[in-house]
Design a binder for this molecule. Structure first.
Ligand SMILES: [Zn+2]
Length: 351
C-alpha cells in the first residue's frame, strides 16, 4: 500500500462516481451448495481446497525474509524474491503470457524517473498466465505488488503484510486455478497473475502495465487487487473481515458477485468503510487497482486496514494471521473463479 497521496486530478476524474447501492440480485451467481454437488461445483471445491495455509506460510516466510532486503524496487533483494516466485510458477507448471516470452515485463528506470521515482533502477513486473478454455481473449487479472520499501539505516523493512501477504495469495490462487486446469476444469476466461513492482514509489509497475498492456485493456474484464490481507487493524481486532474498495465504481455486477462468493465461503464481514473516493484516506487511489479503474476496467481492492506496523520495520511474518490470510485469499479466488467462468462477461455500466 502506497503511503503518500495521489495527485488531485484524480478527484475530478471520479467525482461523478456517486455510488448507488445495488439492490438487484442476479441469476447465475454461485449459489450455496445443495447436497449433491454438480460437476462444476465439485471442480470449484477441489480447486478451492488447494489454497492452503501451510503453503501461504512457507512462501511468506521466504518472501518476507531478511534475505529479500525489504524488496525495494529494482534491488537485488526484490529480484531474488521475483526468482522465488517464478520458480514456484515453474514447479506448478504455470507459464507466462506467450507474447511476453518470459515471466518478466521490464519496467524501465526512465519510465519511473519521469514520474518522480528518483534514481530507481530498471525493475520488472512478473506475470504468470493460465489461458482460458472457451474465451481465452478475455482476461481476468489478479494483482498484488511484490516490492516494498527496502532497507533503511541497516534495518530491513520486511513488508510481510505489505504486500508479502498479497504476493503469496496471488501465487496460491494461481496454484488453485492450475490444479483445476490439470483436472480438466480450467477457467473459461484467461487469468493473469500480475505481480507489479514500483508500487510503494508511485504505483509505477501497474501504470506501466496499463500503458503497455500485454493483453488489450478492452479485453480485460476485471482487476482483483490484493494489497495487505494478513493482519487486522485496531478497529477490527480479532474479527473475520476484509475491507473491499472500488467494487461499485464501474460495474453494478461486481459487488453482487463478491457478496455471493463471500456468502458461499467464509462469510467474512465485508467492510465498505473506505469504499468512497472522497474518503480522507483516499484508499481508492492508493494501490494498483487504480491504474485499471482509470482505464474503465472494473476493480475490487482487498485490504486489511492501517495497522500499527504499517510501513514500519516491524511488519514481520511472525505477526501474520495465516488463518485470516487464507480466508481472504479463498474469497478472492472464489470471486475470480466466478468471473472467469460465468457465461457473460461482467459489464461496465457505471461511470
Ligand atoms: Zn505500502
Amino acid at each position: 500500500m502506497r503511503k503518500i497521496l495521489i495527485p488531485v486530478f484524480a478527484i475530478a476524474l471520479l467525482s461523478s462516481c456517486e455510488t448507488t447501492k445495488v439492490v438487484t440480485k442476479e441469476k447465475g451467481n454461485a449459489q450455496p451448495t445443495s447436497k449433491v454437488l454438480s460437476k462444476s461445483e465439485k471442480a470449484f471445491q477441489s480447486a478451492y481446497n488447494e489454497i492452503k495455509l501451510d503453503d501461504l506460510k512457507k512462501n511468506l516466510y521466504v518472501i518476507a525474509s531478511d534475505e529479500m532486503e525489504g524488496r525495494d524496487t529494482g534491488s537485488p533483494g526484490q529480484k531474488k524474491a521475483g526468482e522465488y516466485m517464478i520458480n514456484f510458477y515453474k514447479e506448478h507448471g504455470i507459464s507466462f503470457p506467450k507474447a511476453l516470452g518470459s515471466y518478466y515485463q521490464k519496467v524501465p528506470s526512465t519510465f519511473m524517473q519521469q514520474r518522480g521515482g528518483r534514481n530507481l533502477p530498471d525493475s520488472e513486473n512478473i506475470l504468470a498466465f493460465i489461458e482460458g478454455s472457451e474465451k481465452p481473449d478475455e482476461i481476468v487479472v489478479v494483482s498484488g505488488h511484490y516490492d516494498h520499501v527496502g532497507t533503511k539505516n541497516g534495518v530491513v523493512y520486511n513488508g510481510a503484510d505489505d504486500d508479502g501477504s498479497g504476493t503469496v495469495a496471488v501465487m496460491e490462487i494461481a496454484k488453485a486455478f492450475q490444479s483445476a486446469k490439470k483436472a480438466g476444469n480450467g477457467p473459461k476466461r484467461s487469468v493473469l497473475f500480475l505481480h507489479v513492482t514500483g508500487e510503494e514509489h508511485g504505483l509505477f509497475g501497474s501504470e506501466y502495465y496499463t500503458d503497455n498492456p500485454v493483453f488489450p485493456l478492452a479485453n480485460t474484464v476485471v482487476d482483483l487487487n490484493i494489497d495487505m490481507i494478513g493482519r487486522d487493524d485496531p478497529e477490527n481486532r480479532g474479527k473475520s473481515y476484509v475491507y473491499v474498495i472500488g467494487s461499485e465504481m464501474l460495474s453494478s455486477q461486481l459487488k453482487v458477485i463478491n457478496e455471493a462468493a463471500n456468502r458461499k465461503t467464509n462469510n467474512l464481514e465485508l467492510n465498505y468503510r473506505y469504499d468512497d473516493p472522497n474518503d480522507p484516506d483516499r484508499l481508492y487511489y492508493r494501490s494498483d487497482h487504480y491504474n485499471f479503474a482509470k482505464n474503465n476496467i472494473p476493480v475490487a481492492f482487498f485490504f486489511d486496514g492501517i495497522h500499527e506496523d504499517y510501513h514500519k520495520p516491524t511488519d514481520d511474518v511472525e505477526k501474520i494471521d495465516f488463518s485470516l490470510l487464507q480466508k481472504r485469499a479463498q474469497l478472492v479466488f472464489t470471486i475470480a473463479w466466478e468471473i472467469a467462468n460465468r457465461p457473460e462477461r461482467i459489464t461496465v455500466d457505471k461511470k
